[in-house]
Design a protein around this ligand. Structure first.
Ligand SMILES: Nc1ncnc2c1ncn2[C@@H]1O[C@H](COP(=O)(O)OP(=O)(O)OP(=O)(O)O)[C@@H](O)[C@H]1O
Ligand code: SF4
Ligand SMILES: [Mg+2]
Length: 337
């Protein structure tokens, strides 16, 4: 952790105890992550890999089964008073603006809600106007008495963002912030998030399926697979020279990607049944193609778990084969964690 670290997760685990007949789900299964002040980190990975669970845990909405969340140098406490104070400083922006806005509340009420919950004693109207304006809804007074159904999808998302900004947070966690929007509106909302970082020094964790979005907005990327971060680094490094076969597969299906898309075989990941060895091994195209065998790591792929990646700001991949390529003289694959 450095002085400029705002948020960090240390060996974070979240296990959901199984309903009758099903095992417990290790939705987050050992994650180290840091977010610097003013930094935007994209958390990417396919559906069900644990992105939302991790985001909710970082926000204090979910209590970790193990590990720790630290914000501004202090470990998170889970008593209701500490959590309320914490939620003043970190704000969640959800994927579906229609779902996060009450259709019977005006824009003014929606944005003022957070101020009222936190007992804000200043000039409420001025604060709501400022937040709407920062979110690009200008002049703000024009929007005060509007209802969500009278707005476009992009405007609704801006109202949700204004509702987060009104409390002057230091960190925004945006879970699929533009997934439900048209491409043109998407660009506008992304530009807004970037300008908020520029103007207010806001940090953001942006959760997304979309690697293109990560490219446009983030400084760093963390790629998640089955509860773990399997690759992390700067956007340029991870997206132009991915080390982990899973990241390579995700990138290969982008429309602009060269070559053939990698079709992942095997069962979709299930956090109630995390395979032994490398958790990606049953679907790994590198193992299937015999490349891991040629590198002498195929046994390790099938039998040796990989260490949890550290939270350092360097490029790392949790993969026996990638590790062998980086240091070909290494005597064996990475030790089990
Ligand atoms: N409250 C819960 N109880 C039991 N299992 C849960 C619970 N919440 C999430 N899960 C399981 O944990 C895993 C991770 O879910 P999560 O919602 O974090 O994934 P995600 O990466 O956000 O997926 P998506 O991209 O579809 O939003 C899934 O298998 C999910 O079914
Ligand atoms: S460790 Fe082996 S199975 Fe896992 S991603 Fe790397 S090459 Fe594939
Ligand atoms: Mg999710």
């Amino acid at each position: 952790m450095t002085e400029s670290t705002l948020l960090s997760a240390t060996d974070l685990k979240v296990t959901f105890t199984g309903r009758r007949g099903s095992g417990s789900a290790r939705a987050v299964d050992g994650v180290n992550l840091t977010l610097g002040k003013g930094e935007i980190v994209a958390l990417v990975g396919e559906s069900g890999c644990g992105k939302t669970t991790l985001a909710r845990t970082l926000l204090g909405l979910e209590k970790p089964t193990a590990g720790q969340v630290t914000f501004d140098g202090a470990p998170l406490s889970y008593d209701s008073r500490s959590l309320k104070a914490y939620r003043n400083r970190v704000q969640l922006v959800l994927q579906d603006p229609s779902g996060s806005l009450n259709p019977r509340h005006t824009v003014y009420e929606a944005v003022a809600e957070g101020l009222r919950v936190h007992g804000y004693a200043g000039d409420e109207q001025a604060k709501v106007a400022e937040a709407l304006s920062r979110a690009g809804l200008r002049p703000p007074e024009r929007f005060f008495q509007r209802y969500p159904h009278e707005l476009s999808g992009g405007q609704r998302q801006r109202v949700v963002i204004a509702g987060a900004l009104v409390l002057d947070p230091e960190l925004i966690v945006a879970d699929e912030p533009v997934a439900s929007l048209d491409a043109s509106v998407r660009g506008e909302i992304l530009a807004l998030l970037l300008s908020l970082r520029q103007d207010l020094g806001l940090s953001a964790l942006v959760v997304t399926h979309d690697l293109g979005l990560a490219w446009n907005i983030a400084d760093r990327v963390a790629v998640m697979y089955l509860g773990r971060v399997v690759e992390t680094g700067t956007v340029e490094e991870v997206l132009t020279a991915p080390q982990h076969p899973y990241t390579q597969a995700l990138l290969s299906v982008l429309p602009e990607a060269p070559g053939e898309p990698v079709v992942l075989t095997g069962e979709p990941p299930d956090p109630t049944r995390i395979p032994g060895g490398c958790r990606f091994h049953a679907r790994c195209q590198v193992l299937a193609a015999g490349e891991a065998e040629r590198a002498g790591v195929a046994d390790a792929c099938r039998t040796k778990d990989l260490p949890v990646l550290s939270a350092e700001h360097r490029t790392q991949a949790a993969c026996h084969w990638a590790e062998r390529r980086v240091s070909p003289q290494a005597p064996g694959a990475a030790p089990a964690s």
